[in-house]
Design a protein around this ligand. Structure first.
Ligand code: 5GP
Length: 207
């Protein structure tokens, strides 16, 4: 089968530099207490972001927590994935999820916002965990705790395309770069990283 989708090859250095450029804005406007990385693509970006956030904010204890979500199914014979119908949880924060998130500024990190279904799912489910945790707290404390609990989103790449799900208008949203609706080839998916980097470099020369 011929793979007709346009690809954009991204290198580790490209990702590192996009995160470096975006972090001062995130530190100034949100200053997270906790990073929630959506696996697997959000793991490397979250780890890199922590390096820059720590430098910006001197927040030495900045934790990274992980959730695993899957929406895509590989298409046989191509390097492209097609959209699955629903988001599947493969890993979550555990029984103390709400306790962990409550009262904190939580930055959800993923590598790419394509249809937005994954980010919508992650945010709404994490918010549900917070609401469940609030029910265990005295009623008099709930409003202040809810107010102190914030979520924001960081993606390395946002694709400029109609989205299939929404995020609440008040949710802060940061993207390292906005790109066309192409298929992004990430370095951690490459079998031969030197070849991947060579081709990425050739693409840049041609552009
Ligand atoms: P969404 O829910 O926004 O449609 O998709 C999010 C997930 O789909 C990403 O975390 C990623 O795993 C996968 N995905 C979407 N577009 C791309 C792409 O262009 N390249 C790669 N490698 N993965 C993608």
């Amino acid at each position: 089968m011929v793979d007709a989708v346009e690809h954009l090859r991204v290198t580790y250095n490209d990702i590192h530099n996009l995160i470096r450029k975006c972090t001062p804005k995130i530190a100034a406007e949100f200053n997270p207490d906790l990073l929630v990385a959506i696996g697997g693509g959000g793991f490397f970006p979250a780890r890199v972001m922590r390096t820059f956030l720590r430098a910006e904010t001197e927040h030495k204890a900045l934790q990274i927590q992980a959730i695993g979500l899957s929406l895509y199914e590989p298409v046989e014979g191509t390097s492209v994935n097609v959209i699955g119908h629903e988001v599947i949880r493969t890993q979550w924060l555990g029984p103390d999820s709400g306790k962990l998130l409550l009262g904190r500024k939580n930055l959800i990190v993923d590598e790419v916002d394509d249809t937005r279904k994954t980010l919508h799912y992650a945010l709404s489910e994490l918010e549900k965990d917070v609401e469940a945790e609030l029910l265990t707290r005295p009623e008099s404390e709930r409003a202040a705790l809810r107010e102190a609990t914030k979520f924001a989103i960081f993606v390395v790449h946002n694709k400029n395309k109609p989205k299939l799900a929404d995020l609440p208008a008040e949710t802060l949203y940061f993207a390292g770069a906005n790109v066309d609706d192409v298929w992004l080839d990430y370095p951690w998916e490459a079998m031969d990283i030197e070849e991947h980097d060579r081709r990425a470099s050739a693409d840049k020369t041609q552009a």
